[in-house]
Design a protein around this ligand. Structure first.
Ligand SMILES: C[S@@+](CC[C@H](N)C(=O)[O-])C[C@H]1O[C@@H](n2cnc3c(N)ncnc32)[C@H](O)[C@@H]1O
Length: 297
């Protein structure tokens, strides 16, 4: 089936949402957890494709030495923590609307301590959001902010759906594209950045993850990719879009945004735990970008 026809959580790129959820479940039960998400394991157990995946550190046979659940999983734990902190900072700065682009099984609308008046918009494909709804409904989970799921293809025109759902382009927003852009064709990434800029009032911020350049054959053959393919059938290299990536940092700067670019390892050092560099590293080209749109509010 062509990738465009995969709209559920159990196939294509949707399955990566379950992979990240499993990593968050494992992270939650680490004694030195970087982030806690008690909903994550319920998603993993509810889907046939992932029901047998580990959700506790003790269920990972080779523990931290496992390239998928030990290293890539810890990377997802670190990413969750860093981007939680980004959203909490935005909320403290007075931003009241948050947009999760490619929200997947992100439960920040339930986990984080939002104040009254916060709205979290979650954009993803219909099948992913329907699965998420069923699991959270079964748990009688109550969001800590107003939550507005929006079923849309982020390669298409999603701006109108976001505004119809109540998003106010005249008020600042915090945008998050966590684990999304790597899967989008470059024209779709350009359009997405363009749309975010158009819908962003002064005082808005955006965090996203990119990979710099093309990974070498040695990196592509590294244990993280091979183990993920072998152990859970997720072929990340096949799912990543193969086109040359646009320079979204330059594009935001040209529109007047200020940007800061960090490696995951910067945060590992800052927080005192997380993945560190290794030879032929599948994480070495990952960058986390934090952008801010200045101006009078
Ligand atoms: C790796 S998951 C990340 C999910 C979530 N942001 C997280 O970090 O837990 C990627 C998500 O992007 C979504 N996605 C990918 N391409 C998309 C598209 N064209 N339109 C809407 N959602 C998309 C997938 O359905 C999936 O839920």
């Amino acid at each position: 089936m062509p990738a465009a026809q995969h709209t559920g959580v159990e196939d294509g790129v949707g399955l990566t949402a379950l992979m990240v959820a499993a990593a968050r479940a494992i992270e939650t039960h680490r004694p030195d957890a970087l982030a806690r998400d008690t909903y994550a394991e319920h998603f993993v157990r509810a889907a046939e494709a992932s029901a047998a995946w580990p959700v506790r550190p003790a269920e990972v046979p080779d523990g931290d030495a496992n390239p998928l659940w030990g290293r890539l999983g810890r990377y997802f734990g670190l990413r969750t923590r860093v981007l939680d902190d980004f959203l909490v900072r935005s909320a403290h700065a007075g931003v009241r609307q948050v947009v999760l682009l490619g929200a997947g099984l992100d439960t920040r609308a339930f986990r984080l301590d939002w104040s009254p008046g916060h709205t979290v918009y979650e954009i993803d494909r219909d099948g992913v959001l329907a699965f998420k709804h069923d699991v959270l409904d079964g748990l009688a989970a109550v969001p800590t902010a107003t939550r507005r799921p929006i079923a849309a293809d982020l390669c298409g025109d999603w701006a109108a759906s976001l505004v119809s759902a109540g998003f106010d382009p005249a008020a600042p927003a915090a945008w998050l594209a966590e684990g999304l852009l790597l899967y989008l064709p470059s024209a779709a990434e350009r359009r997405l950045i363009d749309t975010v800029d158009h819908l962003s009032a002064a005082g808005s911020s955006l965090a996203f993850e990119v990979k710099l350049g093309v990974e070498s054959p040695e990196v592509r053959a590294s244990p993280v990719y091979a183990t993920t393919r072998r152990q859970i059938g997720v072929d990340l290299l096949a799912l990543f879009d193969g086109e040359p990536r646009p320079d979204s940092v330059a594009s935001l700067k040209a529109r007047g945004w200020s940007t800061a670019v960090a490696t995951p390892f910067d945060f590992t050092r800052h927080l005192g735990r997380g993945p560190l560099p290794e030879p032929d590293d599948a994480l070495a080209s990952n960058r986390w970008v934090f952008a801010y749109k200045p101006g009078d509010r």
